[in-house]
Structure formats: C-alpha cells, structure tokens
Ligand binder design. Sequence first.
Ligand SMILES: [Zn+2]
Length: 281
Amino acid sequence: MKRKSVWPVMLLLVLITACGGRKSGVAEKGARPALEMYVFDVGQIRVNDISQLNGGEEVEAPVIFTNTAFLIRHPKGDLIWDTGFADSVVHHPLGAPEDPYYSTMAKTLASQLKEIGVNPLGVEYLAVSHKHPDHSGNMNLFSESTVILQQVEYEALFESEEPGVDLESLRDNEFIRLEGEHDVFGDGSVRIIPTPGHTGGHQVLYVDMPQTGPVVLSGDLWLFNPGVKSQAVPLFNEDRSQTSDSWQKITKLLNDNNATLWVQHDRQQMERIPRSPEVIR
Ligand SMILES: [Zn+2]
C-alpha cells in the first residue's frame, strides 16, 4: 500500500484547524458580510448626585455621561440600536443644571441620519436596550421598522399606562417579541442578547465588526467601564441579582469571543470612538 495517501489527509486537517480559529487574516476575507456602523451623539446627562448610580458611594464632583445611538448597516438591512433622548430635548433640556440629572442634546438624531443619507422610514429594524427615555426617546421616528424587544420590555413600553415616551406612531409596526436571544440577520453577526436586571427586559447587542472585531453595545448593563472603574448597582435598578447574573453572562461572552465592551454612557470610552458621519467597519 502506498504511504503518500496520508499527506492529503494531513493537509486537510491543517486547513480545518486554520479555519476553525478566530476570524482574522486573509482566508476569510470577502466571505464576511460588509457590516458597517455609525455612532451618534444623542445627548449628555450631567449627574450631580452620582451616589444614585454607584450604589450609594458619595462623589463630590458631577459626572457627565454621554448618550449614544448606533446604526448597523448589514447587506440584509439596517438596524438602529437605541435612539437617545427625544429630539425635542435639543430645544428643551430635561431638568435644570442644579437638579440631580440635567440632560441636554446638541444635535437631533433625525439630522444626523439625514447627514449620512439615511431615511428613518427606510430602516428595517429598530431595537432598544430598554425602555428608559434616554434610549427610547426617538423610537417614534422609525414608524416603518420591525421593532425587536424582549416581551417584558414590550409590555412595559406598549401596554403600560405611562410609557414615558411618545410611541403613538409605532402602534401599527411589526414586532418581534423575544424571550431570549435573537440573531437579527441570521448569520450570527448581529445578535440581541437578553440581560435583565436594570429593567426586566434589558438587552445588549453583539456586533461582529469585520475590521474592529466583535463589540458588545452595553445599553445600561454597565454605566461605567468595568475595566476602568469598580461597579455598583444603581439604586434604581429593578433586580440586583439579575443584574449580577447578566454581568457574569456578558463577561463570559466578552472573554470567549475576545470582544470589546462599549459602555454607551461612559464618556471617556465613547469619546475615543469615531462619531457619524465617520463610518466604522
Ligand atoms: Zn441610560
């Protein structure tokens, strides 16, 4: 029996091993979906009493939080992730400078979408991390989108007496109501992952960017970057033990995928990430 027949098998094994690792290098170039992302500045929050957010620890100086929204462009469609404060906040800040929270906005989300040639009525999917008005404020702009929410958050927004935001134009939209994870475009590149605790139906977004690598958009699962600042559960958190479980789950996801956490309210981190109209790939 000829021994040379072993070599094709070994070569095949080497190829399988090489392709099974992290998605990088030349081998898979061209096979990946051309994902693009735009990051929008949708307000800032001056927190005068940070003890509300860090579990009661006193801090003298006010802290400024950024507020961020994202457009993910996939060959199969667009997804808007979080929508910021309502655009009206540009003209009518929420609260006064001396209040515990003072929220302002420099530029509307509508104008930032227009700047990159995107009509909100053409955005296929809308998802928000959770119901709070700094994330759901502009949902109304997307009255043609399929809205993707955890069932619990859907009920909090659409079946409660006072949702806290104007949702009137969304009554006839299509909805995908989740009780778990959701692969938005069916190829694993953009995944919604439930992370209850901050609110009952809180969720985060995993996006596997072709050049930047995988990132997790935090919603309010974390308010400060855990790699930089110690964490405490905010006093208004809905379920502390769920938050703790969600922290563990996403920490494992980050480690397993060598992914980067983008903390949407963390000014130091978010100011280093290019803003729209610059595109991120
Ligand atoms: Zn928030």
